[in-house]
Design a binder for this molecule. Structure first.
Ligand SMILES: [Zn+2]
Length: 231
């Protein structure tokens, strides 16, 4: 069964040009505010200077803020695989959830189904590689935890959106070096400590335990990701 989710125009003035960069990343967020309407107001408030291309509400409705060809302002100071202008190369989806500050909770099935349908369409149209479907916390581990450990990444990957680790060969070399090869900011031109990147990695790919401590399971997962992404 394929569900059709309503699309609602909710234009934001907060965008500029992509500066010649092609879209090659999909970045997922939670709104982290007390209500959907508070989040939508802020994303459309010229004073706030933040936006995303879309917001997906808990009932699955999709609010459309910024045309995909424009550069929405959702990533902030961020880094992935050598790129620091994440807004210029990504499409941003906000997912309504109060977040860790206001009562983090599970994402309803209908909301997840809507995110999946929207994301499938975006990754297909822009040919976004699975390993570049990322969390805000992946590209800004020192500042951000969204969409967080309750977000069902495995379910998305089953539907062709993003990577979920399978069995891989043993990790070759140092864990931090592997994280950097995958794309995390470590020892680069940013001020992210490796433990923050490890927590972000765990929150996304091993959400049962995100303590910033590398163990054998983490090493196996990272090896599988690197193999799947051919990095
Ligand atoms: Zn975010």
């Amino acid at each position: 069964m394929s569900l059709i989710f309503p699309r609602i125009a909710c234009p934001s003035p907060n965008f500029d040009m992509r500066r010649g960069k092609a879209v090659n990343m999909l970045l997922l967020h939670y709104t982290g505010m007390q209500s959907a309407s508070a989040a939508l107001d802020r994303l459309c408030d010229a004073e706030a200077k933040v936006s995303a291309h879309y917001t997906v509400d808990e009932d699955g409705a999709v609010y459309v803020h910024v045309p995909e060809e424009e550069r929405a302002w959702h990533a902030g100071k961020a880094y992935w695989a050598g790129e620091t202008d994440i807004n210029a190369c990504s499409i941003g989806i906000e997912i309504v959830n109060p977040g860790h500050t206001f009562g983090y909770r599970s994402f309803p099935d209908v909301q997840v189904a809507s995110v999946i349908a929207l994301a499938q369409d975006i990754v297909a149209r822009h040919a976004i590689p699975a390993h570049r479907v990322l969390a805000h916390s992946d590209v800004a581990p020192a500042r951000k935890a969204d969409p967080g450990e309750l977000f069902p990444w495995a379910q998305l990957a089953e539907q062709g959106v993003g990577l979920w680790p399978a069995q891989g060969a043993p990790l070759k070399g140092d864990f931090a070096a592997g994280l950097a090869r995958f794309g995390y900011s470590i020892g680069g031109d940013t001020d992210v400590g490796s433990s923050q990147a490890i927590v972000a990695f765990q929150r996304h790919f091993r959400p049962s335990k995100f303590d910033g401590v590398v163990d054998a399971e983490c090493a196996a997962i990272l090896a599988a990701l690197l193999e799947a992404a051919a990095l």
